[in-house]
Design a protein around this ligand. Sequence first.
Ligand code: KIV
Length: 272
Amino acid sequence: MAGYLVEDTRKVATHRLIEMKQQGKKIAMLTAYDYTMAQIVDQAGMDIILVGDSASNVMAGNVTTLPISVEQMIYHAKSVVRGVRRSLVVCDMPFGSYQIGRTEGVTNAIRIMKETHADALKLEGGVEILDTVRAILDAGIPVMGHLGLMPQSINKYGTYTVRAKEDAEAEKLIADAHALEEAGCFALVLEKIPAALCQRVCQELTIPVIGIGAGPADGQVLVIHDMLGMNQGFSPKFLRRYADLFSIMTEAIGQYITDVKTEDFPNEKERY
Ligand code: KIV
């Protein structure tokens, strides 16, 4: 397959991620929200593409992830799936789609899977949502957990600061991580927690732990707009910028504006 930067072009499956952890191979995960970006990320050789509810921030311009709906997540996930051949596609269940109870959670989970053809779902939370996680798993849907900073609970925290610095919250996180693994989750995202705590969870769990702002782990995830430098105002310590697309794009667009206004574009060769 042209374009792939990896030798193994087989579709990534959840069991392969667990094998990767056993073999000490790191897992790369990145968000995408549309067809074109998903094609690029997939063909670059990404293991997991997350259709994150961060779409609420970076695609819709909301301050939090809370406003995004099931319908909007389905739209983004469907677009991503159409562009992907190899990566495992995980779709976030948005705020309000699974917190009410297991019946609503399973109904929404089945709808998202049916309409998007995503490979798996991600839910934020530990023992509080365990019944729902079990019911979704019982429906045959792979689930990725998400602990630490859980952006859907931002109104409870009141701040995006590092979580689980205190013993009580750290102990709860460890207990939640074990509960999610025992329930059958295939992987776990740990967001913005101390590196030592993340290391401990990685060692204690057999499923892969994917970190964001959590130091070394079995894999890493970032929001694509952040790592490509498309967001100028967001620069937390954990973020590594791999490009400055904001500058590259504004420069290119600025050049186009100049060319149109000076009648340099279209030239003789660019017309019929
Ligand atoms: O929505 C998202 O992008 C996420 C990642 C930050 C893990 O949940």
